[in-house]
Design a protein around this ligand. Sequence first.
Ligand code: HEC
Ligand code: HEC
Length: 394
Amino acid sequence: MHRFNMRCSFFCALVLSLFGCGDGTNTPIVDTPDPIITAAQVRSQLDALPTANTELSALQVELGRLLFWDPVLSVAQDTACASCHHPDFDYADGLFASLGTGASGLGPERQGGARTTRNSPTVVNTVFNGVTIESDAVQSEAPMFWDNRHQSLEAQAEQPLTSAVEMRGETIAEADVMPLLLQRLNTIPEYRVLFADAFNQDEVNAINRERLLSALAIFQRSLVSNNSAFDQFMRGDQTALNTLQQRGLKNFIDIGCVACHSGPMFSDYQLHVLGTADNINNPNGVDSGADQSFSFRTPSLRNLANTAPYTHSGSRETLRDVLSFYVALSRGVSHNSQVAPADIATQARALGRVDSATESLLAFLDALNDADFDREIPAVVPSGLPVGGNILEQ
Ligand code: HEC
Ligand code: HEC
């Protein structure tokens, strides 16, 4: 007791001499500013992602990874999923719109081939597509693509395989692709064994369409990034966001970004008309969005650091450019000649002062990055073809 008092009074004296104030207690007054905003104040609109992932079979994940990287799934055997969803670009491709079969090179260096209409989104965290503040994502209903036109990662996985621009090419009919791919996989003994082991089947019948799509989906479900500074803040570490980031979070809510960018993924997964410009460099011309209504899905705002350029058309080079787009929107400007200002979503026209909040909003968006996700690239793929397709050639 005596020793404790001695140490306490020494400590208090030190504190008093440092902070120069004595209110009769031994509580040091530390210079922590009042929080600008707390997790409790935002939890009804935004939240952390769950820390634990769903239980996934390791054999299925690793089979899916090989398939994701194997250009054997493109008719010309030159393009893999990873050609356009590469870990160096946070599982997107860094192009305003992707280049499919016939192209070579990776990221902005990629050339040739057919051009997609839209910007490649990341596939990281797609296991959470459809999650809202009220309810978890339902895997069979998970909305996919900029226009939500397919539901579930399984249904999505068939689309690039059969798309002429992405992996099919023009040499065979859409209906013939899947039989060709399954037959090819069946001629590769390693795939027969991997499918049999992953799905508990005998080798002769192990490979089919359903299991191919399932393995691709399950691999993507394993790509999770859920430990951004924002997630840490929401899990109780008030210091995980600095003062400017906290101000950005407050502005994000007060200005009205959260009207659409809500929930743990910063998306309501709804379609909205923003009148985003088409990309003048895209030969595909006008993109009229979902049901030709010029509406597009609210994208997640997680991990934007490496997925420029932005919006469905890839027409905004930087996040600052996106924010200046919103400044114009809030002043009633449409960037698309096909969209009248009055047709732009009311939540976008009602946005508050985006211009004066720009620096804090950018700081806050930066707090949504978490680069710590699975970036493993297989050393070889079972077909023996170049891993990831023609991504190393120029
Ligand atoms: C040629 C480039 C290219 C290839 C190859 C490609 N993708 Fe994509 N991917 C895209 C583009 C572009 C979009 C957006 C298209 C749209 O929204 O209309 C997209 C969208 C997606 C989405 C939707 C993500 C979301 O949040 O809505 C998933 C999942 C996906 N791709 C997975 C795959 C898988 C699996 C493969 C391989 C079987 C693959 N992709 C092959 C370019 C590509
Ligand atoms: C009316 C709903 C709505 C509101 C309000 C809104 N957004 Fe968006 N946001 C969207 C939609 C929809 C897109 C996709 C537009 C497109 O591609 O044409 C988008 C795109 C973005 C993108 C580009 C992401 C990417 O991956 O390309 C960013 C960044 C963004 N919004 C941030 C914000 C910020 C910051 C605010 C507040 C100032 C805000 N948004 C307000 C719906 C909204």
